[in-house]
Design a protein around this ligand. Structure first.
Ligand code: PXG
Length: 288
């Protein structure tokens, strides 16, 4: 597989960065995870814009334009003859020897990895997946805003470890005041009283591209959408619950901390939005 690294397409064994790269030494950098479906990069403008916003927020300048980044993603997919792919775009502060000072780094390191995708098992989409709440809270927005998709994912990784210890693969993270924020790599939605509800941006979340897209699908289907604070109790007592993310797409949740959600099966609004998402990416709609 070829990797796009600092302006060149190189074989993956030659795609190397310095041990003095501040992305590695300090997690000083930003990234995006993007999907391509049937040769089309899904929500590419939204993802590239978020990459630039993340970089801007940490006072880092991506050395290209947004249009160039979109073009380089397409070039990498073409070079690897990939139509359905997972794409990782990374921009680090670059080489800078030791010391936190970002001014030690003169050139950002920029690379694009593409890989053929591995989907979650069908069974979770058909029957829902169990999740738990983590004791690790989401980063305080005034410490490290979760809106920045930074290279330091330890906050999320600690919660992921809790999920795995509980025998599941995803965990809900509460925020600094105890409300539901998001999962380790997915945003969260519930359905209650016929309304689609998701935590607001101010609750301290990554503003997911899939989240925004699914909210748009719901509005088009005339499902009322509200961004309001939700508690763990709201989750336990919801009629439906699902997660959204680039990797997971739209995935139903059947239980939270062993409390069944609704009747424990994907609900009608979840199924409708899963079908809408499948149509949008040109995939035939699952039966089930
Ligand atoms: N919250 C967090 C903390 C995330 O990392 C999302 C929400 C969903 O955002 P999008 O824009 O994808 O709808 C994410 C995204 C991985 C992987 O390798 C993780 C994400 C995306 C793609 C791959 O685990 N997280």
């Amino acid at each position: 597989m070829k990797v796009w690294l600092n302006g060149k397409l190189v074989e993956e064994e030659n795609a190397t960065v310095s041990v003095y790269d501040h992305g590695l030494l300090y997690g000083d950098g930003v990234f995006e995870g993007i999907r391509a479906y049937n040769g089309k990069v899904f929500l590419v403008r939204e993802h590239v814009r978020r990459l630039f916003e993340s970089a801007h927020a940490i006072r880092m300048k991506v050395p290209y334009t947004q249009a160039q980044v979109a073009e380089y993603i397409a070039d990498t997919l073409r070079a690897n003859k990939l139509k359905d792919a997972y794409i990782r775009v990374v921009c680090t502060r670059g080489y800078g020897f030791m010391g936190l000072d970002p001014d030690r780094c003169t050139h950002p390191t920029f690379f694009i990895i593409t890989t053929s995708i591995t989907l979650y098992p069908d069974e979770w989409y058909d029957h829902g997946m169990p999740i738990v709440t983590a004791s690790t809270i989401r980063n305080h927005p005034d410490a490290m805003s979760p809106r920045i998709k930074s290279l330091n994912y330890l906050n999320n990784i600690l919660a992921k470890i809790e999920a795995k210890d509980a025998g599941v693969i995803e965990a809900v993270m509460l925020n600094h005041v105890g409300n539901v924020a998001e999962c380790t790599g997915d945003n969260i939605f519930i359905v209650a009283g016929g309304e689609l509800i998701t935590p607001p941006i101010a609750s301290g979340i990554l503003v997911g591209c899939t989240r925004n897209f699914v909210m748009g699908l719901a509005r088009k289907a005339r499902i009322p959408v509200r961004e309001i604070d939700i508690t763990r109790h709201d989750l336990y007592t919801a009629d439906e619950c699902f997660l959204t993310g680039t990797a997971a797409e739209v995935i139903p949740v059947c239980s939270v901390d062993k409390r069944l959600i609704g009747d424990g099966k994907p609900g009608p609004i979840t199924k409708k939005l899963m079908a809408g998402f499948a149509r949008a990416i040109g995939r035939s709609v699952r039966k089930a």
